[in-house]
Design a protein around this ligand. Structure first.
Ligand code: UDX
Length: 455
């Protein structure tokens, strides 16, 4: 019988919770404790309403909680009693000092490393789950091992799950990546981690590399994904100028199996908590290693994304005769993508803030993200938050679709049109509506990467 592995995860957030729940389900031999200093969050993980919404997560947590998965606030006890420690704390971008707005802020990581060192009384394997700059594992090993009689081995095991599909991504990952040192102790630790994942992940999907490659691969994966979106968004501007159609171009280009057809949906721009942060992290690393040309190359992915968001909202203003002051404008969707309530770095923020500075009266609608949007914008005057799209659009001059919620593709646009001020404008930032029929109803229709349909 396999020896029971004793695992703790520090950080009960978006990555730690779902990842450990899946490991607990697939490895009944592992005893797992997730710890966090945030009492509210732990209370919520122990309740009927989990702090993270992900399809399938509830069921798994119910199945394993109290059996081989536990949630607690006792961080030191968890460090003392467990042999494998996953670290899944957040690593925000620095908002002060050297590397401001670009480098990762590693202070939480360092505090944890020092705490582990202070408390531990036996050898530990530390697993980096958080996305971190290249060489963090090495730095942590130095902090942990210098002058210590205990041995700490740090592995890199980045998480690739996307919001809204976290459980599926964990159960059927494209790959699991494990980076370690090439020393005997590094390999031994790596094999322990491989053994855990082998319980459900096919051997050929478990990639082992050196630590630096693993850390860098996570940043590069997100940079390449974001780059595809920025590339197709760049082409959307060319399409609008030339009369080409971005859908047709994406289809023709994506049919080449070397390029592939995924992640080629032109949009108002990408958002979310990862892309911008990870690309800046990569850019900062390039600058640190005196590679300014490479830094500029990757930074342009973000510049293009900023341009695309601004281009969209500037087009709204321009199309409405350069005046939106005092006019009611309705925003459909403020989550950074469909099926999440997350508004972090959402294009809706750029659009809303620009229109607010133009003194428009905004009505923001969304099926899940209104509360988060309200706290992000600070609930200002001249902005209303209304979930029902028909009520939200009533008496408005324009509808702007920012999030690709399925709901917005299925609305009765005739009813919406009838309730709006004329001429009625429709700006589709996700290309989800039937533009021809909306034009026939009477809307002036503006899409991304397609010719506008104007009466
Ligand atoms: C991303 C990565 O996909 C994931 O592997 C990593 O672990 C975390 O970062 P996430 O931020 O949850 O996941 O969302 P994702 O589905 O990748 O979408 C990111 C943004 O790109 C969204 O705003 C989305 O709307 C936008 N997008 C995506 C497009 O505009 N067009 C596309 O074709 C695809």
């Amino acid at each position: 019988m396999a020896l029971q592995k004793k695992i703790a995860c520090i950080g009960a957030g978006y990555v730690g919770g779902p990842t450990m729940a899946v490991i607990a389900k697939k490895c009944p031999d592992c005893l797992i404790t997730i710890v966090d200093i945030n009492q509210e969050r732990i209370k919520s993980w122990n309740s009927e309403t989990l702090p993270v919404y992900e399809p399938g997560l509830n069921e798994i947590v119910k199945e394993v909680r109290g059996k081989n998965l536990f949630f607690s606030t006792e961080v030191e006890k968890a460090v003392l009693e467990n042999d494998i420690l996953f670290i899944a704390v957040n690593t925000p971008t620095k908002d002060y000092g050297v590397g401001k707005n670009m480098a990762a802020d590693l202070q939480y990581w360092e505090i944890i490393a020092r705490q582990i060192r202070k408390v531990a009384q036996s050898d530990k394997i530390i697993v980096e789950k958080s996305t971190l700059p290249v060489k963090t594992a090495e730095a942590m090993e130095t902090i942990l091992n210098t002058g210590s009689t205990i041995h700490f081995e740090v592995l890199s095991n980045p998480e690739f799950l996307a919001e809204g599909s976290a459980i599926r991504d964990l159960l059927e990952p494209d790959r699991v990546l494990i980076g370690s040192r090439e020393t005997a102790s590094g390999q031994k630790a790596r094999n322990e981690l491989v053994e855990i994942y082998r319980a459900w992940v096919p051997e050929d999907k478990i990639i082992t590399t050196n630590t630096f490659s693993s850390e860098l691969s996570k940043l590069v994966s997100n940079a390449f994904l974001a780059q595809r979106v920025s590339s197709i968004n760049a082409i959307s501007a060319v399409c609008e100028a030339t009369g080409a159609d971005v859908h047709e171009v994406a289809k023709a280009v994506g049919a080449d199996s070397r390029i592939g057809n995924k992640f080629l949906n032109a949009s108002v721009g990408f958002g979310g908590s990862c892309f911008r942060k990870d690309i800046y992290n990569l850019v900062y690393i390039c600058r640190m290693y005196h590679l300014p040309e490479i830094a500029t190359y990757f930074e342009n992915i973000i510049n293009l994304n900023n341009y695309q968001q601004q281009r969209f909202v500037d087009n709204v203003i321009k199309s409405m005769f350069n005046t939106v002051a005092g006019r009611k404008i309705c925003i459909f969707g403020c989550a950074f993508k469909a099926n999440t309530n997350d508004v972090r770095d959402s294009p809706a923020l750029t659009v809303a803030r620009t229109l607010m500075s133009e003194k428009a009266n905004l009505v923001i609608s969304d099926p899940k993200a209104l509360e988060n949007m309200k706290s992000e914008l600070g609930d200002p005057k001249n902005v209303q938050f209304i979930e029902d799209p028909y009520q939200a659009a009533k008496d408005s001059h324009a509808i702007l679709i920012i999030t690709e919620w399925e709901l917005y593709g299925k609305l009765d646009y005739q009813t919406l049109y009838d309730s709006m001020i004329k001429p009625a404008y429709l700006f589709d930032g996700r290309n989800i509506i039937n533009r021809k029929s909306c034009y026939d109803i009477g809307f002036n229709v503006y899409s991304i990467g397609k010719e506008s349909l104007i009466h």
